[in-house]
Design a protein around this ligand. Structure first.
Ligand code: ATP
Ligand code: MG
Length: 379
């Protein structure tokens, strides 16, 4: 049996006990939930939203007696999709007595819902013309019925919430239900695209306008990452050694990039060994090789002025309007001015506290830097 396994996870949400440095955020989120306030949580992709939400659900269940449900709305595109996701989320998260009650409530609605295998998804497959709307109404109504059947308070988390923006009228439908549920349920709306989240929550004529307290997840602190990385090395009989500092510098507090680099480094260091600068360089190179297709695909998705703006940003160390860079890239200030908000709307870049911008993913920034170097003076 293999028992010397890499302790760093970077390709899926981490378990609640592996979440680094998010105690305050979990507390704030649960405080709002218990106080009956809805929350909209924003963070760029791979900043640990789902990990944090899973941890908040666990803690909410343990310490506040909340019944938690996490609904993944990634790429939903129809009312039927949302209905299926919601039903499956209840099926996945509920246990014991609550589950029994919810199943009974669903059966009674007579619209084809069930937490078992033969629920609404199976029925929609058999009969694609079936109208999913009654089932969706019944699911959105569940918190009220659940409370009436025994005083359960629900914490319902919609992950990748921005994707409902594609479905006409869904935010209005949602609002018509949740506005009456302040006493019985709390809602968290998490999303990774600031542009779309703003559209849903900060546009005056949208149904959810101003309806949720904003929260955002930032980068992780170097000190917390250092403790986590060296702790995990030590617990698996290794020392992270002098490789730690360059790792922290390269990760710049980006949660997933930090774990990816730590994973690669750990693979280089055998049992009883200690990380060296050489190990770090090899680990870093391996990580960049692994990311090549991902970054290349991302790059191809940008239009020319977005690509050039990113390059100008790296050349200007955060200021995209430097004359030399603009000339070299044959880029106009006007094109930069138009590209910046588009890149910010998808959280590819963010404003720096001291002014200027930063590429959110430090390894993308490095990759763009290499592109600049490779392109040489003639670019
Ligand atoms: N607080 C944290 N502690 C340790 N690792 C973290 C933390 N947050 C994020 N990570 C790392 O980031 C990766 C992605 O986490 P997660 O899936 O929770 O992020 P996400 O924001 O939901 O991502 P996506 O945008 O892909 O849905 C994890 O595999 C882990 O390596
Ligand atoms: Mg996620």
């Amino acid at each position: 049996m293999i028992d010397d396994v890499n302790p760093f996870v970077y390709s899926r949400p981490v378990a609640p006990e592996d979440v680094v440095d998010r105690d305050d955020e979990v507390r704030e989120l649960l405080g709002n939930a218990v106080g009956g306030h809805y929350v909209r949580l924003f963070a760029p992709r791979k900043y640990g939203k789902t990990s944090l939400l899973t941890r908040a659900l666990r803690d909410g269940e343990r310490t506040e007696g909340l019944t938690g449900v996490l609904v993944d709305l990634y790429r939903v595109s129809s009312v039927a999709d949302v209905t299926v996701r919601l039903e499956r989320a209840y099926a996945r998260h509920l246990r014991g007595e609550v589950r029994r009650r919810v199943e009974a409530l669903l059966q009674r609605t007579g619209v084809g819902l069930s937490l078992g295998a033969f629920g609404i998804s199976a029925r929609l497959q058999l009969d694609p013309a079936r109208d999913p709307l009654p089932a969706l109404h019944a699911l959105l109504d569940l918190p009220l019925r659940l409370e009436a059947s025994g005083g359960y308070r629900a914490l319902i988390v919609f992950d990748e919430f921005q994707d409902i923006g594609r479905i006409d009228g869904l935010d209005g439908l949602l609002r018509s239900h949740i506005q009456h549920q302040g006493e019985v349920a709390s809602y968290v709306f998490a999303g990774s695209e600031p542009g779309l989240m703003r559209l849903l929550f900060e546009t005056k004529d949208r149904p959810l306008y101003g309806s949720a307290v904003p929260m955002r997840l930032g980068r992780l602190e170097d000190a917390d990452l250092a403790a986590h990385v060296s702790g995990r090395f030590a617990a698996s009989g290794r020392e992270v050694g002098e490789a730690l500092n360059p790792l922290l510098a390269a990760a710049r507090g980006h949660p997933q990039r930090a774990m990816l680099l730590a994973y690669r480094l750990w693979n280089r260091v055998g049992p009883g060994g200690e990380g060296s600068l050489e190990d770090w360089e090899a680990a870093h190179a391996a990580a960049m090789r692994e990311l090549e297709p991902e970054l290349d695909a991302l790059w191809r998705g940008f239009d020319t002025s977005e690509q050039k703006t990113l390059r100008a940003l790296v050349l200007g160390d955060g200021s995209p309007y430097r004359g030399a860079a603009l000339r070299r890239l044959e880029l106009t200030k006007d094109a930069v001015r138009r590209a910046l908000p588009r890149l910010a709307a998808t959280a590819e870049i963010e404003e720096r506290e001291g002014g200027g911008y930063e590429i959110v993913d430090p390894l993308l920034a490095e990759w763009v830097g290499r592109l600049n170097d490779r392109a040489g003076a003639d670019a």
